[in-house]
Design a protein around this ligand. Sequence first.
Ligand SMILES: O=C(O)C1=C[C@@H](OP(=O)(O)O)[C@@H](O)[C@H](O)C1
Ligand SMILES: C=C(OP(=O)(O)O)C(=O)O
Length: 444
Amino acid sequence: MTTANDLIHIAAPASKSLSHRAVIAAALSEGKSRLTGVLQSVDLDHTMDCLRACGATIVRNSDGSVEVTGVSGTPRGGESKPADLDVHESGTTCRLMTGVVAAGRGSFRIHGAPRMHERPIGALAQVLENLGSVFVWEGQKGFPPFVLSTSGVSGGSVNVDAGESSQYVSGLLLAAACGAETTRLGLSGEKVVSWPYVALTLQIMEDFGVPVEVEECDENGNFVACDWRSITHAVPGKTRFVVKPGRYQSRDAAVEGDWSNASYFLAAGATGKRAIELSGLRQDSLQGDRAILDILEEMGAEVSWSENGVKVGPPKNGALRGVTVDMAACPDIVPTVAVVAAQASSRTVISGAAHLRIKECDRIEAMRSQLSKVGAKVQATDDGLIIDPAPLTPGPVDMKSFGDHRIPMSLSILENAGIQPRFDTPECVSKSFPTFWEMWENVR
Ligand SMILES: O=C(O)C1=C[C@@H](OP(=O)(O)O)[C@@H](O)[C@H](O)C1
Ligand SMILES: C=C(OP(=O)(O)O)C(=O)O
């Protein structure tokens, strides 16, 4: 961090989603990959341990780089006793690894923290059953913990309902490339949430030598190949993936910065007195949470790019304005936008984010309850939040984290309104951003 001419400069942490995918793709490869910039956090530790339990060798070097020796497309499970995979609190680890192990041989037990056992996985399991896996549920059907037994992914034509999580699609795509035959994966149900995370999966699969063809339905009802990079959101029945059997190829790769965890600092720039600049973020990133820039700009913040990175400062004239925004594609930045909205001069309406209720906590209710404590006028809707201007009460306040990293990280932005939140479990940030509090000191 450097401070010069009232500008605070911060290096963005590594992308959580791309780190998960890079280590998974490397672990499915034949041979050794060297990855740089891989996030160090509790969620990543769990993904790496799960991959080790399937036979991959993963070593973190003293320079922070990660060396992965893969399993050549066949994760190895147990024969007399299932391989043990503890996904802890990480939905990404749980859903992506469930796909990955289905491509293996043997049995795998997937379990996690109590909240993980309340986060669904039934829609993914149903498709994997059609592709040859057998699930034995230990608790409630459709939720971890469970034991998955498999002799590989058969291939064929299947459909997945991605209305509650895109992670089901990502898990299936990663697995299908190790299948015996081509898999044609369609989308069923009413909607597809969090589409940009599917694009991140497609990006990493292409990088590791297993490109996926994506087809869209034309006006005559025929599926034709399209450039998946141009898809902004997929529509059930209209988008289809064609995954041919392939071999993940080991490689050296670098992980880019994380737009979700950058959002707290960018929002602090918009609501504070000094601009904040972040380096390490790609302007052309496929991460959906890059939307934070457009949202802050629409609220009136000053946004600019230079060779040093992206800079966000408070509005030049007047106060921040409210915004009306569908956040189906970028759920993780809803808490950030909600806290900025509480400091704006007009109404904000956030919609499209019903899937926030099945994250590490019910984030719609969590944000409503905690923002209300400081005087914000917040209504929870089925799929979002409505926030109206109201005077906020400065001073210290006890706040709940709900054990969910994004709740304290986002509520910290209230410090720019003279509020000092005191959190019950501040350490929960280590899920995705163990150095958050240290870095936050720099913007105080
Ligand atoms: O695939 C991923 O890396 C993720 C997908 C998103 O989940 P959903 O698709 O369940 O919304 C996001 O919320 C999560 O933090 C990371
Ligand atoms: C929802 C999140 O992660 P996951 O689904 O991997 O638990 C998150 O990081 O906000």
